[in-house]
Design a protein around this ligand. Structure first.
Ligand SMILES: [Fe+2]
Length: 292
């Protein structure tokens, strides 16, 4: 396991430097993202995660008492001091399947939220559909704090993650887009970094490097150069709004509609004890409809 972890970090550093003959800050400025090789979680891992997510969703939709319990636990967690590590209130389950303009179901996982549930509400461990999904999220997120840390070092802003654990606080979002999902406004993430780990439809994500004004034509699907397989993944790293104080501007992006069910997983690097709105909306593009 230690050897595998070491191999992953070496691969990450190799990928990082091989694609960053241009400094990372300049790369963000030019293209808005950097593509990295993830040797830890391949497509098989994410396919298994989405199967567990479907079982998790089905259980909560059929058992509203548990759904309410999970919402109540989240409310208690965001009043705990561990929440301050993340500077957000996005945790847990968001069922927006019936909400016009949303049509998606998501879960925001963090290790502190997981520990909070297991230690204070052990009954959650007795339900296989809940425990198995939480455990899968726990395993998947493990390599990514080191990527965020490395990116911060590369940018010379490693102090952004200073906290008692000295580790980047990570939120893992697993999302299911329903066929009725429609394209929303482009937006910036209220994060230090966002790492697009996996999607069942790569064409759905479009992004643009930061500009003072945008047109629909600025938003393009990133060209993937790295090979993906059951054991290897290509991931995209973008800056969020929490880096603007360092003169690194966020990458706006859109998730397009596709008229079929899709899944995606994103890792967000948050900033400890930083009070800020979570997400900033860009003005709606004049010709956005032509993208849909
Ligand atoms: Fe986003």
């Amino acid at each position: 396991m230690i050897i595998r972890k070491y191999f992953f970090i070496v691969t990450f550093l190799f990928a990082f430097h091989s694609y960053c003959t241009t400094p990372l800050a300049e790369q963000f400025k030019q293209t808005g993202y950097i593509e990295l090789c993830d040797e830890h979680n391949g497509s098989a891992t994410f396919d298994a995660l989405y199967t567990l997510f479907d079982q998790f969703i089905e259980f909560l939709q059929k058992n509203p008492v548990w759904k309410q319990k999970l919402y109540a636990v989240k409310e208690r967690f965001i009043r705990s001091k561990d929440r301050n590590l993340y500077s957000t209130e996005f945790f847990g389950f968001y069922d927006e399947s019936e909400q016009k303009g949303r049509r998606q179901i998501s879960f925001y996982y963090s290790t502190h939220f997981h520990t909070f549930i297991c230690s204070r509400y052990p009954e959650f461990n007795t339900v296989a559909q809940l425990a198995q999904f939480f455990n899968a999220c726990s395993e998947i997120q493990k390599p990514y704090p080191s990527i965020f840390k490395q990116a911060a070092i590369e940018l010379g802003i490693e102090s952004i993650f200073s906290s008692p654990s000295n580790s980047a606080p990570l939120l893992l979002k697993v999302v299911k887009y329903l066929p009725s999902y429609t394209c929303t406004k482009p937006h910036y993430d209220g994060t230090a970094f966002s790492l697009f780990l996996n999607s069942t439809d790569d064409q759905a994500l479009r992004l643009s490097p930061y500009k003072s004004a945008f047109t629909a034509g600025d938003f393009i699907t990133p060209v993937r150069k790295l090979t993906r397989s059951d054991r290897q993944n290509a991931v995209l790293l973008i800056p969020g709004t929490l880096l603007t104080e360092f003169s690194i501007y966020p990458t706006p992006h859109i998730v397009m509609k596709s008229s079929k069910t899709r899944y995606a997983t994103i890792a967000f690097a948050m900033k400890p004890t930083y009070a800020s709105p979570c997400k900033q909306e860009l003005p709606r593009l004049a010709h956005l409809e032509s993208l849909e």
